[in-house]
Design a protein around this ligand. Structure first.
Ligand SMILES: Cc1ncc(COP(=O)(O)O)c(C=O)c1O
Length: 339
């Protein structure tokens, strides 16, 4: 009996033996007290990859996102953001609870913000309306099925934001995927933003962690906020070592996940009962004619794990622990089970 093919998320990966060895051998200090050398090494490496002046290591993408938003907004100001953003739906209303900024969601047909839509959400300063302080971008966009904003699209958004005096935060949990899909560096897609979150626990296969790229002058305040949120970690080098290992071994293979997503969608494309999206990165959304929750339970019984992502929608995410053969098997099982 084969093990189930787990396509629920790219966070389900297990650290490889090489990664575990790197973690076990990491040189560590106390990152809250006077620094952890391996954590610092990861922060410097990530800052270099993002083209930011500095970076901070966090236990999660949510905490790094929330810190980024906290840094670029003030209580009682507004944050413009796409209506299906992770920051709105999956971070426990953190922006309201922590930064005290008001979220103003921008509805898009496909998850992709455009300069026109952002411009339309701006309003002239007035004593009657809140001041808009920042724009948040998500790239790739999770709920939209891993859709990618390329460099020209990002530049357009940043230009509108700058013209309006807004700061920009980038939720780049899957920025590595966006960069591979767009054929540019992660730094190119982060060019001009104020704060940028990237995860090492998704495409890169680490057990824990995300980083926030920021300016040098934001570092002290960023550390303060992280500590307040409970993110001050001591021998964090053990986790950071996984990140350094992943940057050396797992960054260059992300295109395989994108090719597997295409293959998965291709195998489902002739079906009369399910309809896959056309993947741009490592995510495929599958639209069903029936309810997603029971379909997901039946699939799990048959050996394929996929998350319900809407009343009649399932999500499949490719990652480094699923091979091409496993992806093909998952597609066949899905076609048999949801016939
Ligand atoms: C787009 C996006 N942003 C942020 C996060 C948050 O990351 P974490 O689960 O590490 O808090 C996720 C997690 O899936 C995500 O998909």
């Amino acid at each position: 009996m084969n093990a189930p093919v787990d396509l629920r998320s790219d966070t389900v990966t297990k650290p490889s033996p090489g990664m575990r060895r790197a973690m076990a051998e990491a040189e560590v200090g106390d990152d809250v007290l006077d620094g952890d050398p391996t954590t610092r090494k990861l922060e410097e490496r990530i800052a270099e990859l993002l083209g930011t002046e500095d970076a901070l290591f966090f236990p999660s993408g949510s905490q790094a996102n929330q810190t980024g938003i906290w840094l670029v907004t003030e209580p009682g100001t507004e944050l413009l953001i796409e209506a299906n953003a992770h920051l709105i739906h999956y971070e426990m209303a953190g922006v309201a609870a922590l930064s005290g900024a008001q979220i103003r969601p921008i509805t898009t047909p496909d998850g992709l913000l455009t300069p026109e839509l952002v411009r339309a959400a701006l309003r002239p300063a007035s004593p009657h309306v809140p001041r808009i302080r920042a724009l948040a971008i998500e790239n790739t966009h999770n709920l939209a099925g891993g859709r990618v904003l390329g460099p020209a699209a990002v530049d357009g958004l940043i230009r509108v934001a700058r013209d309006a005096g807004l700061a920009v935060h980038l939720d780049g949990a899957r920025l590595w995927n966006a960069a591979v899909a767009a054929g540019v560096s992660a730094a190119r897609l982060a060019q001009g933003v104020d704060t940028v979150m990237v995860s090492i626990s998704k495409a890169l296969g680490c057990p824990v962690g995300s980083c926030l790229g920021l300016r040098k002058e934001q570092r002290a305040r960023g550390r303060e906020i992280r500590k307040r949120l409970g993110g001050g970690m001591r021998q964090s080098g053990i986790l950071a070592a996984a990140g350094l290992y992943a940057l050396d071994h797992n960054l260059d293979r992300i295109a395989e996940d994108h090719a597997n997503a295409k293959r998965f969608a291709e195998l489902l494309s002739d079906s009369q009962t399910v309809r896959p999206t056309t993947p741009e990165s490592n995510i495929v959304m599958v639209d069903l004619q029936t309810e997603a929750q029971p379909a997901s339970a039946r699939l799990a019984q048959a050996g394929v794990l996929m998350s319900a992502y809407g009343p009649k929608r399932l999500r499949a995410v490719m990652h480094l622990d699923v091979s091409r053969a496993a992806v093909e098997r998952a597609a066949r099982i899905l076609l048999d089970t949801l016939r």
